[in-house]
Design a protein around this ligand. Structure first.
Ligand code: TXA
Ligand code: MG
Length: 317
């Protein structure tokens, strides 16, 4: 059962407890979770049936709270002053002490942040007192919902609640602008027109390579995921492990590894998804020969976990 809520305080209480709550923004309805709660964030991917761990946008009640998690430069500060609250998402470097779950950012060292221009969404963000990670509240591969009825058709029965915020004023997603790494590149055209953005910060690449030696297409998140490979080689579908390897375990651990990180002792794919990026980081230790990953099944969040592991094991530069 998916509850229909009118009061942002009720929605905030559910979010704080780790539940998924859809809510209206001025662009589209978002499928929200507490961005600091790893299993709540993992549940977003599961509810959407999202095949890949695409990074999510984190929503904040104001710019100051966003700047606590990412490092803005002068352009970001100017754009926030001009367009927040509003349909502009900025991709910026995560702070070292950023408290947003790694899976929410797909393991990248950047984070997409935005302050929505919707009274209900802002009341929810203030009451929840935690950043809210939210992709559009549709099943993967379908059109974004702009009304309560759309959300119920997409996700009714799969999520705890929907906070009724009426029909979305913008009805198309936010503009996503990448300011990490010194350049400026449009990643997704959206609610704020480019001319308005360029009036504030000057020319914006469409798109522009941001890092030396990196092709423009690598800025697309699906490709960028391969960016987050551990420095140790990763061996997939391991059925044995040697004493100079670290083990990424799923279920009862294979014996003999130098180190073990358990994704889920009980074979819970949601728990495994929530722990995946943290596990790859934890095992990526100099001095070992490599990381051996135990097999993960192909249903539920399994394909998304496999996708990330396959990328992490892929060809290296
Ligand atoms: O209007 C919107 O932006 C809506 C409402 C709910 O806020 N949200 C939304 O989320 O459209 P989603 O997940 O459907 O789209 C987020 C986009 C994706 O294209 C994703 O790849 C990109 O933002 N993105 C998120 N984090 C990123 C990052 N760190 N680097 C590059 N792209 C990122
Ligand atoms: Mg979407």
């Amino acid at each position: 059962m998916t509850a229909l809520l009118d009061d942002p305080l009720d929605a905030a209480a559910l979010l704080r407890a780790g539940a998924l709550v859809a809510f209206a923004t001025e662009t589209v309805y978002g499928l929200g979770a507490d961005a600091r709660n790893p299993s709540a964030v993992a549940a977003i991917f599961e509810a959407k049936g999202r095949p890949h761990f695409n990074p999510l946008i984190c929503h904040f009640p104001n710019a100051e709270s966003a700047w606590a998690e990412v490092r803005p430069d002068d352009r970001a500060v100017a754009l926030a002053a001009a367009f927040w609250p509003g349909p502009l998402t900025l991709v910026l470097p995560r702070r070292a002490d950023c408290r947003i779950d790694l899976l929410a950012g797909a393991g990248l060292d950047t984070l997409a942040v935005r302050v929505p221009d919707h009274a209900g969404a802002l009341a929810l963000l203030r009451a929840a007192a935690t950043p809210i990670a939210a992709p559009s509240a549709n099943r993967s591969g379908r059109v974004s919902p702009t009304s309560l009825a759309h959300v119920m058709a997409e996700l009714g029965g799969r999520i705890a609640a929907v906070l009724d915020g009426g029909d979305c004023a913008i009805g198309l997603e936010s503009t996503v602008l990448d300011l990490a790494g010194g350049g400026a590149a449009l990643l997704r055209p959206g609610g704020v027109p480019m001319e308005a953005i360029e009036a504030v910060i000057g020319h914006v690449g469409r798109p522009l390579p941001l890092h030396a030696g990196q092709a423009p297409t690598l800025r697309s998140p699906g490709m960028m995921l391969s960016h987050y490979a551990p420095s140790l080689p990763l061996r997939l579908n391991a059925t044995h492990v040697t004493g100079d390897e670290a083990l990424l375990a799923f279920g009862p651990a294979l014996p003999g590894a130098a180190r073990v990180f358990q994704l889920s002792e009980t074979l819970d794919l949601r728990e495994a998804a929530a722990r995946l990026f943290a596990g790859l980081r934890a095992l990526d230790e100099a001095g070992l020969r490599g990381i051996a990953a135990m097999p993960v099944p192909g249903e539920g969040l399994g394909p998304a976990i496999r996708d990330r592991l396959t990328r992490a094991a892929g060809p290296r530069k």
